[in-house]
Design a protein around this ligand. Structure first.
Ligand code: SAM
Length: 240
């Protein structure tokens, strides 16, 4: 199992929590710099897929500093819940939510995706952006998201993937394994965190392999939408 701090004790979950607590103050800046701002467009593309839902209840898992939960408010949901393991990431999310006066719509909770504090069949949609790769037990996390969705409800996952065609495959590999760990380590002051990022992406199941995981959790994959030459992928699945 790929963990952020390979030479340190602690479960993946404990290490992921402390890594995000540590990088939280620079997380948004790093996202913008390292993705050249494209990460915003990817989240907007997730939200486009939610349009058409009438006054929905939405859960954003691994909400981090809240960017996707905030973007979701553009479709006028009744309520958005954002959950995350890291109290520091949630603190930054809460500040942004207050500044944007969205505190009546978004409720944050410190919680583990593998044990969600919600009743079954509750949400119209569940979203998770760049979260599933960090779960300690992927299948348990997916099964929990399936449990809290109502029948017919959608799970939308945005996660990094690996471009497959020339020259993006080669360019991406060079950027992701050489430039990003160095630059990210420098700005975040946590070298391990930006070594963990490419390492965790390279070993994470993608495409049909990830869809098999969705099926194993009781979800039916509907579509798979590559983003920016396949650097990221949006997976849409439904609870039958
Ligand atoms: C890369 S950040 C993504 C944050 C946000 N979704 C975004 O799009 O920027 C991953 C987040 O997943 C959270 N996370 C990882 N494992 C988790 C788990 N088991 N339960 C809840 N949150 C988790 C981390 O604390 C971190 O805030």
């Amino acid at each position: 199992m790929i963990k952020p701090y390979q030479n340190t004790d602690g479960s993946k979950k404990e290490q992921v929590r402390s890594m995000f607590d540590r990088i939280a103050p620079r997380y948004d800046l790093l996202n913008r710099l390292l993705s050249f701002g494209i990460d915003r467009m990817w989240r907007k593309n997730v939200v486009k897929l939610l349009k058409g839902l009438q006054a929905p209840m939405i859960l954003d898992v691994a909400t981090g500093t809240g960017d996707l939960a905030i973007e979701i408010c553009k479709i006028d949901p009744v309520e958005v819940y954002g959950v995350d393991l890291s109290p520091q990431m949630l603190e930054f999310a809460q500040k942004k939510i207050q500044q944007k006066r969205l505190h009546m719509t978004i409720t944050l909770k410190e919680a583990d995706s593998e044990n969600l504090p919600f009743e079954s069949n509750f949400f119209d949609a569940v979203t998770v952006a760049f979260g599933v790769r960090n779960f300690e037990n992927l299948r348990k996390g997916l099964a929990e998201m399936q449990r809290v969705l109502r029948p017919g409800g959608k799970l939308i996952v945005l996660e990094f993937s690996k471009p497959a065609s020339f020259p993006f495959k080669q360019l991406y590999h060079f950027y992701f394994t050489r430039i990003l760990p160095w630059w990210g380590g420098l700005i975040s002051r946590d070298k391990d965190a930006y070594r963990y990022l490419p390492a965790s992406v390279l070993q994470f199941p993608e495409g049909t392999e990830f869809e098999d995981e969705l099926r194993a959790a009781g979800l039916e994959p509907e579509k798979r939408i590559p983003q920016t030459f396949g650097i990221a992928t949006i997976y849409v699945s439904v609870k039958k």
